[in-house]
Design a protein around this ligand. Structure first.
Ligand code: FES
Length: 217
């Protein structure tokens, strides 16, 4: 069978976008979430309101403590994410951090793309729990292998839990274990973003833990 190959956006260490190949493997009876933005051929679909902020001061800065998280795509793009917006057990949503004072969405760098998912606190390990807010965890959405956007939520190759998957070369990351690599060529886990809740919204508790994307060294 011929493997479908599509062009996708990959991201270098500086956050610049460049086209790259993705092989999509069909015929596998596994639950798969293919985010709408990937179907559009880019990392995520960005609303006009969010896109207009990409050049604003602070839009390309990494997430800061007290930033709020907002939806990155769909009808609610730019809206602050509340814990109740996230179904227990996934699927994850794509998000951007937003400066709570200036309201600037930090969408000016692809390295700020986030995956946010609500997990059963009983299923997550101690390190993950320490960074979670009521079971809600956030990770960089940029793969540590070659910088593709991580776009899928599938049953793990080994085990019965759903995990993040990068469709470029099939790396899988378990969000219950600090997004450790559980399958594929990725050299290290996804960077984690510690969370808290403020006024019933999800907020950043500290800067990224770990290297973001395919940075070397
Ligand atoms: S870029 Fe190769 S597995 Fe993600």
């Amino acid at each position: 069978m011929t493997e479908a190959v599509e062009r996708r956006t990959t991201v270098d260490a500086a956050g610049s976008a460049a086209p790259g190949p993705i092989g999509l493997h069909g015929g596998v009876a596994r639950r798969r979430l293919l985010f709408a933005g990937l179907a559009a051929g880019i990392g995520i679909a960005v609303s006009p309101a969010v896109r207009a902020q990409e050049d604003a001061p602070g839009a390309d800065e990494r997430p800061q403590k007290a930033d709020l998280l907002v939806f990155a795509e769909g009808d609610r793009a730019g809206e602050v994410i509340k814990p109740d917006d996230l179904p227990l057990g996934g699927p994850p949503v794509h998000a951007w951090p937003m400066d709570p004072k200036s309201r600037v969405v930090r969408s000016g760098s692809r390295l700020n793309e986030l995956l946010v998912v609500r997990l059963d606190p009983a299923e997550i390990d101690d390190d993950t729990r320490a960074r979670a807010a009521d079971g809600i965890v956030a990770y960089s959405a940029i793969c540590s292998h070659a910088g593709c956007p991580v776009t899928e939520w599938v049953k793990a190759e080994s085990g019965d839990k759903e995990v993040f998957k990068c469709a470029c070369h099939n790396s899988e990351y378990d969000p219950r274990q600090s997004a450790e690599v559980v399958f594929g060529p990725a050299p290290r886990r996804l960077a984690a973003l510690p969370l808290t809740t403020v006024d019933r919204s999800i907020a950043v508790a500290a800067v990224f833990v770990g290297k973001v994307g395919a940075q070397q060294g």
